[in-house]
Write a protein that binds this ligand. Structure first.
Ligand SMILES: Cc1cc2nc3c(=O)[nH]c(=O)nc-3n(C[C@H](O)[C@H](O)[C@H](O)COP(=O)(O)OP(=O)(O)OC[C@H]3O[C@@H](n4cnc5c(N)ncnc54)[C@H](O)[C@@H]3O)c2cc1C
Length: 408
């Protein structure tokens, strides 16, 4: 019987290690870190002690190969430890496995030259350098990167770049950006018009205009003006015209990495919902004894169970070199919506407390909102899934292959 829903002992051990570290050390430090304003551009110093401890415990960079100082976990094991780390607010930062650096590390590992790896990937892995990923522009739909307007032109051995970006997470305090710009006027396909560049920060012509204020406050998602920015030809990342492919290569596993962290957040919200329901008394019984509240709990549990299975299965497909795009799309859509639903239900069960800043739920809810449109909006994932389902029907006479290709 090949199907086994347990992790091998070493993965289970890594998961328990992560849980112990997060419960014992990171959660305990959360109030101090919040007071010191960690999570902003200059948070690195505040996390140093915990990061050293993560290294000592072998929990540093679970997503990177051992040769780069990471734990070298495969995608399924990564799902297990990432979900544990994300149950605390700073966990992913403490273990150096958070967006956008995690996706950027994968991108550099796969596409960078040896010299680029030495200059950018190595210090990221050592935890001394942060990065950002600059693709989205305010003037055109971020959902369709073929519309990108930022342009790069080759002048001798330098690229001269002009354009406008926004919502560039982590830009303030980053040492470099992976920036996408249009380089081709007449590409064979619209997806072959852009190229990726590594841009040192600060650089003349790369101006961080402001930290865009979101409904959840300011979280270092920056607007950037690019005027006559000069980038050496050696800083092109990957090949000319491969920007879109590089972005998609980065986003596939990165989307699932978001899902892994969201699982931790969903479980934390469900735990809070049940804890509150079992201690709050009204109208003759505890909330947990009322069917209306039990339904909120059971719906959340059912959706979280689905979410865990979908993430594990998509991770399994990545790990085994199988096509994973549709499964990641389905998982991303489901997990993002479950995140929103479960936190919202937890707020409901907490009443005024859930709406207040005395509970972490209000911040969690505001953060959760972006998960349904960033890294592929709900509608786009549904569109892509429908395409695959219709293709499978046309080619095989059945939709079976497009519903996870499971042996059922
Ligand atoms: C917190 C946060 C962090 C981010 N970090 C980064 C970052 O680090 N780097 C970066 O480059 N970008 C980043 N982004 C931007 C993000 O990638 C974009 O928000 C996303 O790609 C969507 O683009 P858009 O906001 O321009 O929305 P649009 O593309 O204008 O889409 C708006 C809405 O239109 C609808 N829609 C779009 N296309 C279709 C379609 N084909 N069919 C049906 N409906 C459709 C969807 O409902 C969608 O939500 C971040 C965004 C947020 C909120």
């Amino acid at each position: 019987m090949a199907i086994d829903f347990t992790f091998p002992p070493d993965v289970e051990e890594a998961r328990q290690h992560m849980r112990t570290f997060m419960d014992g050390e990171v959660r305990a430090a959360e109030d101090r870190l919040l007071a010191e304003d960690a999570g902003r551009a200059d948070w690195r110093g505040a996390l140093d002690g915990l990061r050293d401890e993560a290294r000592r415990r072998g929990l540093w960079m679970p997503h990177m190969p051992a040769a780069w100082g990471g734990a070298g976990l495969g995608a399924t094991a990564l799902a297990a430890v990432s979900a544990e780390a994300a149950k605390t607010r700073f966990g992913p930062y403490v273990i150096n496995c958070y967006a956008p650096d995690e996706g950027n590390m994968h991108t550099l590992l796969h596409w960078a030259t040896d010299d680029q790896k030495d200059r950018y990937l190595k210090p990221m892995c050592e935890g001394t350098m942060r990065s950002c990923f600059a693709m989205t522009e305010p003037e055109v739909a971020g959902s369709d990167p073929t519309l990108m307007r930022t342009r790069a032109e080759l002048h001798g051995d330098e690229w001269v770049i002009n354009g406008h970006k926004w919502f560039i997470s982590g830009a303030r305090g980053a040492s470099f950006a992976i920036l996408l710009a249009r380089t081709e006027d007449d590409p064979e396909v619209p997806q072959a018009a852009t190229t990726a560049f590594i841009v040192d920060i600060p650089s003349p012509g790369f101006e961080i205009v402001r930290d865009v204020q979101t409904m959840a406050g300011g979280h270092n998602h920056c607007e950037i003006r690019i005027e006559d920015l000069r980038v050496p030809a050696a800083n092109m990342l990957g090949e000319r015209g491969l920007g879109h492919r590089l972005g998609q290569y980065r986003l596939g596993p990165a989307r699932l990495a978001h899902c892994m962290r969201w699982l931790g957040q969903i479980e934390a919200a469900l735990d809070m919902m049940v804890a509150r329901a079992t201690e709050r008394y009204a109208h003759g019984s505890y909330l947990s004894e009322k069917q209306g509240i039990q339904w909120l709990i059971s719906e959340s549990a059912i959706e979280l169970y689905q979410a865990k299975l979908m993430v594990l299965h998509a991770a399994y497909r990545i790990e085994h070199g199988l096509d994973f795009v549709t499964e990641v799309s389905m998982a991303k859509h489901h997990v993002a919506n479950t995140l929103w639903q479960v936190i919202d239900r937890a707020v409901q069960v907490h009443g005024a407390l859930g709406y207040s800043k005395d509970s972490p739920l209000s911040d969690m809810l505001l953060q959760a909102r972006w998960s349904r449109f960033a890294d592929g909006a709900d509608e786009i994932h549904k569109w892509r899934v429908a395409e695959k389902v219709i293709d499978a029907w046309r080619e095989d006479g059945t939709t079976r292959r497009a519903t996870g290709d499971l042996p059922l």
